[in-house]
Design a protein around this ligand. Structure first.
Ligand SMILES: [Zn+2]
Length: 463
């Protein structure tokens, strides 16, 4: 025993709310501090006190800028955290717009429920003032005896696997602990992806905390996803229908723009207006444009050849809410991309109120839908869906293109761990629904001879 422990304070039995505490005799740190998400932007659990004292945490390392990994940082700061936050520059830039947007939504939910918000604007500003940036492949000494190294996770812009090297020093029992390495995968990209570089492998870790969002499922083959996506669009548009694509503002919206850019410029789609109805999506797209160096080589070549991959004939960026509502009066075929991706708030809800009951319309789901969300009810083809208190009868066509997921599937996750064998002593399978984590852990144990466990929340595991 090294005298070191890992505690999963969030991100177990749930794909969201990632929050991990690493303790050594010489110091401690947190990895990620995400929001628990479901049917609301901020689920009730987010009000719970942290299981540690935020004042005593000197360092928080961030894998990537999705809300389920950063969304409780302002709460951590509000409750006394005064340490340093480290992430890639891309993650910091994205977190700036993501947290501002979340704070608005949280303020609205609080007003509607008559309760105090879990954090306010000044907490977000304070969190950003504590933030420092690192580059991929930079070794950073974070606290005595602990250094961190960021690898490209290929999941969203700026996403990282954080490998942490620990030299425990002398424990309370007077024994000198053996140095070890632990890798926190954050979320792992579904490589190869349209925009980003492939996920880097981990091959020298003793422990790993891995995500398992798709631990029990495989995506459809990548060759099929583009063909299926194009076919659905063509069929729906030729029939004069509206295609509604609920998309996460971060990554999925940019991938959708790039795919539509290619289809439109290849002349494969009827000439119809494409509305990008996501103010947050627009801000995120601008950040993507600033970090072309993070794209894969093929995409960098396309951009170097003069194509603006996020712009094409027919694309209309919808700025204000009034313009958003006017889309419904545009007759005929059209495409609307709007957030949020799981229909938890955002402009997509107003479109769903209109188009879910339109037999000519098609809703194309291109991402994970968390249980309890309206997106999940659409995915399950419920016949009635209540949106903002109004019952909507579902008559539209519903299609799913799972291949655009930004997460590795079950086979991809097993392959990722296979690269880290045989050195791995233990794999903590987290960040997934329990059935998904359990299935993945069983696969890793059965197929790789790994020692994979599904950790319990707030239990200290010795390392
Ligand atoms: Zn993510």
């Amino acid at each position: 025993m090294s005298g070191c422990t890992l505690t999963c304070c969030g991100g177990v039995d749930n794909a969201t709310g990632a929050n991990f505490l690493l303790k050594t005799p010489r110091g401690k740190l947190l990895v990620d501090c995400g929001l628990v998400q479901g049917s609301r932007v901020a689920q009730e659990e987010n009000r719970d006190a942290f299981s540690y004292d935020p004042k005593e945490i000197p360092v928080l390392l961030i894998t990537h800028a999705h809300m389920d990994h950063i969304g409780r940082i302002p709460k951590l700061v509000r409750e006394g955290f005064e340490g340093v936050i480290y992430s890639t520059e891309e993650t910091r830039d994205l977190a700036t717009v993501m947290l501002a947007d979340a704070q608005n939504l949280i303020a609205r939910e609080a007003r509607e429920s008559g309760r105090t918000p879990i954090y306010e604007k000044e907490d977000v500003a304070r969190a950003l003032s504590l933030w420092k940036v690192v580059t991929y492949h930079q070794t950073l000494d974070v606290v005595p005896g602990i250094s961190a190294f960021w690898k490209d996770a290929g999941h969203i812009l700026g996403s990282a696997i954080i490998e942490i090297a620990v030299d425990p020093g002398t424990g309370a029992d007077g024994k000198v602990g053996k140095p070890f390495r632990i890798a926190f995968t954050g979320d792992l990209g579904n490589s190869p992806t349209p925009l980003l570089r492939d996920t880097e492998y981990v091959n020298d870790a003793d422990y790993m905390v891995i995500e398992s969002v798709y631990g029990d499922r495989n995506h459809e083959p990548k060759a099929e996803r583009d063909e299926k996506f194009a076919r659905i669009l063509k069929e729906s548009l030729r029939a004069g229908g509206t295609v509604l694509i609920p998309a996460f503002s971060l990554e999925r919206t940019q991938v959708m723009l790039y795919k539509l850019n290619n289809l439109v410029e290849a002349g494969e789609l009827p000439k119809v207006p494409v509305y990008m109805d996501s103010p947050l999506g627009s801000r995120v797209t601008e950040i993507y444009r600033r970090h072309v160096k993070d794209f894969n080589i093929e995409t960098q070549k396309v951009i170097a050849g003069g194509d603006d991959i996020f712009d094409f004939a027919g694309l209309r960026i919808v700025e204000d809410a009034q313009a958003s509502a006017q889309i419904h009066s545009v007759p005929g075929a059209k495409i609307i991309i709007a957030g949020s991706g799981m229909s938890v708030g955002g402009r997509v809800l107003a479109h769903e109120r209109v188009y879910l009951s339109d037999p000519k319309a098609t809703v194309v789901l291109v991402g994970f839908q968390v249980p309890g969300s309206i997106g999940r009810r659409i995915e399950e083809k419920s016949s009635n869906i209540v949106i903002d208190g109004q019952r909507v009868k579902v008559r539209c066509r519903i299609e799913k293109v799972g291949g655009y997921s930004s997460h590795k599937d079950s086979n991809g996750l097993v392959d990722f761990v296979a690269h880290a064998m045989p050195r791995l002593k233990k794999v903590f399978v987290a960040m997934g629904e329990n059935k998904s984590s359990t299935f993945l852990a069983q696969r890793m144990n059965g197929e790789l001879g790994a020692n994979a466990v599904v950790p319990e929340k707030n239990v200290e595991y010795p390392l």
